[in-house]
Design a protein around this ligand. Structure first.
Ligand SMILES: N[C@@H](CCC(=O)N[C@@H](CS)C(=O)NCC(=O)O)C(=O)O
Length: 208
């Protein structure tokens, strides 16, 4: 059985969407990062960087495996089930480069923008608005030439980018304003947002 240790954030929703796309069974252990549960010793054994998500697969080849970092989790699931990542060649690297671009750029910069949007620091806010806009422009330009982020097929790169752009459209309208109104970005958001697995993952809530 696959167990996800996660929460209702952009990074936390990625593996939920992936498992819904795959149609594979999984269970969720909520880690309430608002209450500091990511620092509990039991969670740190799974995710030493004290961040969600983490995945435990009891049925991995060679025994149980634990993985942290959402990009590694998406790649692991894509390889295990042979879906949403080409097995070799240019299409595979196209997907992986955009996945890593999201993990190293889009996610952290929009995360910092969200943080500084709540502080009294005009210099930092300006820096992250400009960087957020730059990254969204990069994505928009990429999407002007292809249906999905990494080409004509829906891949794990779309899952990774979608949760962050959806988060920005929901929570960062104030600082970003009409910088979110990029035509190909909007077209792609609508396209990806039609997928049942994406809708399920984005609506997913922790049940008490
Ligand atoms: N690069 C990591 C980032 C994970 C991350 O930033 N998770 C956030 C929630 S979206 C978190 O756990 N924050 C808790 C904390 O920083 O203490 C990934 O993609 O998995």
């Amino acid at each position: 059985m696959i167990t996800l240790h996660t929460w209702t954030t952009p990074n936390g929703r990625k593996p939920v969407i992936m498992l819904e796309e795959l149609g594979e069974p999984y269970r969720v252990v909520p880690v309430d990062i608002g209450k500091g549960e990511q620092f509990a010793p039991a969670f740190l054994k799974l995710s030493p960087n004290n961040k969600i998500p983490a995945l435990v697969d009891d049925d991995a080849d060679g025994g149980s495996i634990t993985i942290f970092e959402s990009g590694a989790i998406l790649t692991y699931l894509a390889e295990k089930y042979g879906r949403l990542l080409a097995p070799a060649g240019a299409a595979r690297w196209q997907t992986l480069q955009w996945l890593h671009w999201q993990i190293g750029g889009l996610g952290p910069m929009l995360g910092q923008l969200g943080f500084f949007a709540q502080q009294d620091d005009a210099f930092a806010l300006d820096r992250f608005v400009k960087e957020g806009d730059r990254l969204l422009t990069v994505l928009d330009r990429q999407l002007a030439g292809s249906r999905y982020v990494a080409g004509e097929e829906f891949t794990i790169a779309d899952i990774a980018c979608y949760t962050w752009v959806a988060g920005a459209m929901d929570k960062l309208k104030g600082p970003l304003g009409d910088r979110l109104d990029k035509p190909d970005l909007q077209r792609w958001m609508a396209l990806v947002g039609e997928r049942p697995a994406v809708q399920k993952g984005m609506a997913w809530k922790i049940r008490n």
